[in-house]
Design a protein around this ligand. Structure first.
Ligand SMILES: O=C(O)C1=C[C@@H](OP(=O)(O)O)[C@@H](O)[C@H](O)C1
Ligand SMILES: C=C(OP(=O)(O)O)C(=O)O
Length: 444
């Protein structure tokens, strides 16, 4: 994982000096790794998560499940998991959610399925990220959840007192703030006595591909999921089959790398890009093509080639990113460099991500000269000359990705807390700088 000890803070982002021609092999998907770990902990036998992502979010998930009584061996590239055995070791546990939405939302239902008292807390900002709908839903499904006496109701810190069994049944939630509310209930739902029937009422749910990812991983493990009505998912009670699964590369984390093709007017290939996937990052193929890049998916991987006249040929984008909000910071950075205006919309929910990403992007891109207007649900960016300066990241890995994209195009950009990329990428700064000619050899 990246560490502040190895990289200055703020970190001078490397700038391209000509077209790059790169092939990169990226670490595994956070979303796939953390789902595979949860499902393995609830499975009917030992599982293996091959090519697991080793990053802050996935190690927090491994630790959380271990504290609930699973055995997760993270020592190699392939992680083995022996499922939960019914009781929390020592009868009580503390789960550190860090800044991982997947840990804060996916683990509480699991805690109801083991006997013992489990307290959840996390980074300071994590207390502002929404989770109340999950906790209220879990209480309605028969879990003993205390989030009123521990601090602000509906937020970290909270306590789950598991009895080892969850009655389950039908629940109505408003998942307009995060798709993870639904995924949380579905992933554990097969182990509830009556399964779970989740119905959403409210504004449209963001990040729907992530719910499809949960559904598809459950089905791969033999769980019966019905999703033929909009905004309703039913998981039948039953076992979750143990599985050996190989984790795909993280396609959302591919964004800054593919952006290098556009910034440098060169080509970047990401190896092992899956032909079919539920990852939201697959939308980069369409988004980058719409911006004027050439995109080719073949046995070599996904190759993106930037416009031949470089950034002058990069077109702005009018895009609804509601389904793929986690791409917004990197896409916004590219739009700030494009030759025509952009309007990114449908992403009001990313104000509840690692930071208020719309405010953070407007402030930090604006500070480097971008012409950016913040809207309740998005950003408008118009072409403007950018200049160097400091780019603050607010503990948000994807803000750091936005910063290094600008830094690749504009000399003199210094990105604050580059180590925050460790949330989903081991030694991002070393990997990134190793891609630039003249960089010190031997970085991983
Ligand atoms: O389930 C998941 O793995 C995720 C769902 C999405 O969350 P939201 O629905 O809160 O946007 C996504 O943005 C996040 O990075 C990962
Ligand atoms: C929103 C994100 O993370 P989390 O899983 O913490 O919600 C993200 O990675 O962009």
């Amino acid at each position: 994982m990246s560490s502040a000890a190895h990289h200055p803070d703020p970190w001078p982002a490397p700038t391209v000096t000509g077209p790059l021609d790169l092939t990169v092999e990226l670490p595994g998907s956070k979303s796939l790794t953390n789902r595979a770990l949860v499902l393995a902990a609830l499975a009917d036998g030992p599982s293996v998560v091959r090519r697991a992502l080793r990053s802050r979010d996935t190690l927090l998930m491994a630790r959380a499940l271990t504290s609930l009584g699973a055995q997760v061996d993270t020592s190699g590239a392939d992680w083995s998991v022996v499922p939960l055995d019914g009781s929390v070791p020592g009868d009580s546990a503390q789960v550190d959610c860090g800044l991982a939405g997947t840990v804060m939302r996916f683990v509480p239902p699991v805690a109801g399925l083991v006997r013992g008292e489990v307290t959840f807390d996390g980074d300071e900002h994590m207390r502002n990220r929404p989770v109340g709908e999950v906790l209220t839903a879990l209480a309605a499904l028969g879990l003993d959840v205390d989030h009123a006496s521990t601090g602000t109701p509906g937020a970290l810190p909270f306590t789950v007192r598991g009895t080892g069994a969850v009655p389950g049944g039908t629940v109505v939630i408003d998942a307009s703030a995060s798709s993870q509310f639904v995924s949380a209930l579905l992933l554990a739902g097969a182990r509830f006595d009556a399964g779970v029937d989740v119905q959403h009422r409210g504004s449209p749910i963001p990040s729907l591909p992530h719910i499809e990812m949960s559904v598809s991983m459950l089905r791969e493990r033999g769980v019966q999921v019905t999703d033929d009505e909009p905004d309703r998912w039913t998981v039948a009670p039953g076992p979750i089959a143990a599985l050996e699964e190989t984790i795909e590369p993280d396609l959302s984390n591919a964004a800054p790398f593919l952006a290098l093709a556009a910034v440098s007017g060169g080509s970047v290939t990401v190896r092992d890009w899956p032909a079919a996937t539920t990852q939201a990052g697959d939308a980069l193929r369409d988004l980058l093509a719409r911006m004027g890049c050439t995109v080719r998916l073949d046995e070599a991987g996904l190759t993106v080639t930037g416009p031949t006249d470089g950034l002058r040929g990069l077109r702005g984008l009018d895009a609804d990113l509601h389904d793929v909000g986690e791409l917004a910071p990197a896409v916004a950075a590219l739009c700030a460099l494009a030759g025509t205006p952009s309007h990114l919309h449908g992403i009001g929910h990313i104000r509840g991500h690692e930071t208020d990403r719309l405010a953070a992007l407007a402030t930090e891109l604006g500070a480097l000269g971008a012409d950016v207007t913040e809207h309740p649900d998005g950003l408008t960016l118009r072409p403007a000359p950018l200049h160097g300066g400091e780019f603050r990241t607010y503990a948000d890995h994807r803000m750091a990705h936005a910063g290094v994209i600008i830094g690749a195009a504009v000399a003199g950009v210094a990105v604050h807390d580059i180590a925050t990329t460790g949330k989903t990428f081991p030694d991002f700064a070393g990997f990134w700088s190793g891609l630039f000619p003249g960089a010190a050899p031997g970085r991983d």
